[in-house]
Ligand binder design. Sequence first.
Ligand code: GLV
Ligand code: GLV
Length: 318
Amino acid sequence: MKKPKLFITNYIPEPAIKRLEEVFEVEIFPENRAITHEELRKKVKEIDALICLLTDNIDREIIEAAPHLKCISVYAVGYNNVDVESATEHNIVVCNTPGVLTETTADLAWALIMSCARRIVEADRFVREGKFRGWEPMLMLGNDIFGKTLGIIGMGRIGRAVAHRALGFDMKVIYYDSQVDPESVPTDYIAVDLTTLFHNSDFISIHTPLTPETRHLIGEKEFNLMKSTAILINTARGPIIDEQALISALKENKIAGAGLDVYENEPIIPEELIALSNVVLLPHIGSASYETRTKMALLAAENAIAVIEGKNPPARVN
Ligand code: GLV
Ligand code: GLV
């Protein structure tokens, strides 16, 4: 019997490819760049299943060009790049990779909290530039982390994993989440409204998905509510923050700093942001550990295989 066709828009860890080849005829986009919308639109005509990245825009046009497509398996937890409504209309199952990247992403949020608070990147640059002349009372002073207040926006799996780490630093954890049942959240953490969160947090970390409701959730008005010593961390999705408002807030010292793994128009980062010394800028590496990328690939593979075999996939979105 002929195997169904699966297309992957980029290389993912090998164990997943091997597993997929047991079930599918697998094709991987061979170029060392992102596939264009036009190329993908042509490719989906002939495939039964797709594994895509968070950078691939799977809109209505792509979905309508894919008469045999049964599964869109996103190699990410966030699936804001997929028009899920169109997929559902076309009986296409959309899947993602929740759970397996929770701890790794929480680790990275913490790496940003610590880098920003203690000026790690700036200090490293200082040493490399040959500026270190010995211990000085006022050299590279930063902010304490222990005992401070951490405000978490979005208390899902990742938000909770970030909160859990904060307990080891004797932090007070407050959170805002309009979806979650507060009863399901450990009592160590206090539910607050957004205004209270902005007013009281020393560190604010974003862990909510990008939806029409969360786009530009943080803009000029919100920066005006924050402490001038606040540090804002974003490992979720760039458009949750109004990037221009963030740049103004940083320039005008409305807040003390920001740690960003995601941007409004990736991979474009405004020059003005790059020029600021009170920001740490990472290239969207929240889930980028060897272990986790392999787990994500295997989950993306099992999702696609289950759909093709008519079973319930482990992580279904629609
Ligand atoms: C990464 O950003 C993801 O959504 O998995
Ligand atoms: C993702 O895994 C989340 O729900 O935070």
